[in-house]
Design a protein around this ligand. Structure first.
Ligand SMILES: NC(=O)c1ccc[n+]([C@@H]2O[C@H](COP(=O)([O-])OP(=O)(O)OC[C@H]3O[C@@H](n4cnc5c(N)ncnc54)[C@H](OP(=O)(O)O)[C@@H]3O)[C@@H](O)[C@H]2O)c1
Length: 309
């Protein structure tokens, strides 16, 4: 079975928090379809200006839609806590989409001393999810959808080391390896979260999605930042070959709204999962390692200072 937004049920009365909703990206198109189907959508991103820009564009597409803004910087554990405190006013949350991410950035550490890709793509979302869990549970049948990548297949191991230590190699290859590890972490997190929620008797489920390859601005925060003059050429070539960001959001939207159980992973159905309508897909054996899932969970709890569920 494949899935497109035509299959999405009405979302009226539901509240969705979507991280990383910058115009042109997957989060924006995820928010757009949820809005078109009646949801109240909370745009959660690190730049107030970009949130305003996205909100204006969304309301142009869906006049009268319910759009709210939440400033959230995933590179700071204190900022994540502050954003979650702000989000308390939202009441019950039916859907949290952990979409925000960076890819193959130059080496840097966050204010908490964490490697920036691991902080943005895993530890920040881990903390945010835990802090919002009571509001998700209050919704009755809420979902947490985390956006992974085909690149999870390239991870040689789970990121179980101390993210505060400086790596021995973080060149062109090293940064992609860390990105792959963060995308593996998204799956290890999802499967462990879903299992722990079941064990705790929680009504919340956790699912994951990958977009295939979509022409967003993801490269700009990473590889293309280092070659600004080459950016137009690379982006034009990518637009010719890969799928649109609107279609790249379909697997996320399927995981968020289709009749599929917790622990489901969705992705595109064509061209080796690079493009096409969404469907249920498989992740690597490594992502199903319960030992790695448990170890990453415990490391994450220690790193962010929050134990849940
Ligand atoms: N595009 C693809 O082909 C592809 C493939 C596989 C997986 N993915 C995944 O899809 C997700 C969305 O990426 P995209 O392609 O849509 O790229 P994008 O257009 O660059 O969107 C990424 C979003 O994350 C936000 N973000 C980055 N750092 C943040 C932080 N510290 N705090 C809060 N928000 C932050 C960005 O905000 P700013 O605008 O402020 O930078 C932006 O809104 C990512 O998780 C990525 O790994 C994408």
């Amino acid at each position: 079975m494949t899935w497109t937004p035509d299959d999405m049920p009405d979302q009226t009365g539901r509240t969705a928090v979507v991280t990383g909703p910058t115009a042109g990206g997957l989060g924006y198109f995820t928010a757009l379809e949820l809005l078109r189907h009646g949801a109240r959508v909370v745009l959660a991103g690190r730049s107030a200006d970009k949130l305003d820009e996205a909100a204006v564009a969304l309301l142009r597409e869906v006049p009268g839609g319910k759009v709210e803004r939440l400033v959230l910087d995933l590179t700071s554990l204190a900022a994540v806590r502050a954003a979650a405190a702000q989000a308390a006013d939202l009441g019950a949350i039916d859907l949290l989409v952990n979409n925000a991410g960076v890819m193959a950035t130059a080496y840097s550490r966050t204010v908490d001393g964490l490697e920036v890709q691991l902080a943005t793509n895993h530890f920040g979302p881990f903390l945010l999810t835990g802090l919002l869990l009571p509001q998700l549970a209050a919704a009755g049948d809420a979902r947490v959808v985390t956006v992974s990548s085909l690149m999870h297949r390239m991870a040689r191991s789970a990121p179980l080391g101390d993210a505060r230590t400086t790596p021995t190699s973080y060149g062109a290859v090293g940064t992609w390896q860390v990105y792959s590890q963060t995308k593996l972490a998204n799956l290890l997190f999802t499967y462990e979260l879903d299992r722990r929620l079941r064990a705790a008797g929680s009504p919340v489920t956790a699912l994951a999605a990958h977009p295939g390859i979509a022409t967003t601005r993801l490269m700009r925060n990473g590889p293309l930042e280092r070659i600004p003059l080459g950016r137009p050429v690379v982006e034009t070539a990518m637009r010719a070959v890969f799928q649109t960001p609107a279609a790249g959001a379909w697997p996320t939207l399927m995981a968020a709204t289709a009749d599929v159980p917790g622990g489901t992973f969705t992705g595109p159905s064509r061209l080796g999962e690079w493009a096409g309508p969404a469907q249920v897909v498989r992740s690597t054996g490594r992502s199903h390692s319960t030992a790695d899932q448990g170890a990453l969970w415990e490391l994450s709890e220690r790193t962010v200072g929050l134990t849940y569920p």
